[in-house]
Design a protein around this ligand. Sequence first.
Ligand code: C5P
Length: 230
Amino acid sequence: MKRIIFPLDVSQKNDAIDFVKLLKDEVEIFKIGLELFCKYGPEILNDISKLNVKIFLDLKLHDIPNTVYGAVKNLLNFNPFFITIHLEEYEKFRKFVFDKTNFKGFLGVTWLTSLDENSLHFLTENKNMSVIDFVLKKAEIYYKSGCCGIVCSAHEAKKVKEKFGNKLKIVCPGIRLSESSSDDQERIMTPEKAIKNGADFLVIGRPIREANDPLGICRKINAEINENLG
Ligand code: C5P
């Protein structure tokens, strides 16, 4: 199994299809997010799944259980591999969403990798709250709800792995080939370190998409990952 998840963060359907065709041998899962989905709707899911690849639907669903259930029921017609969700509690969601849909591919969003600890202090009005404590709390909610995994930065992956072992898949965005990258991501890490920290999947967008040779970069990252997996 490969570990790269490639986000199709492009505005044109044809560009997304071209990336899937180019990278499908080196990428495990293709992520469709808000940009493409808001432009093309579910039609984009049909077009990408025709290319026989796994789809990660990153719509970060966040609403009352009954509304999320209605949305998920419709999305399951397109056979996604993962769907992202935000939860603050687990009992109602387990009962009204997870048990009713019986879908096993929910990933819980913990703390966006574009946010740092200051944003968490501002939100919670608690200067003692650390990102790792917050992520572990959210991970517990996601585990108890029936999610198969969580999305977190590779900086938290190690502690999550220590606490949950293989009970939760760890999906890490904020991956950069060098630690000095400066875009909107805050808590970044290289693929090598992220895998050593226990990440199961790496979401890598711009470092691949903006490279002169996206396929070559994917091959290089896969080789590096395999080395670190021993
Ligand atoms: O281009 P880049 O590698 O930063 O892309 C990261 C992708 O992962 C984007 O599609 C972004 O929406 C997504 N993501 C993230 N942080 C999260 C969850 C998802 O960056 N916590």
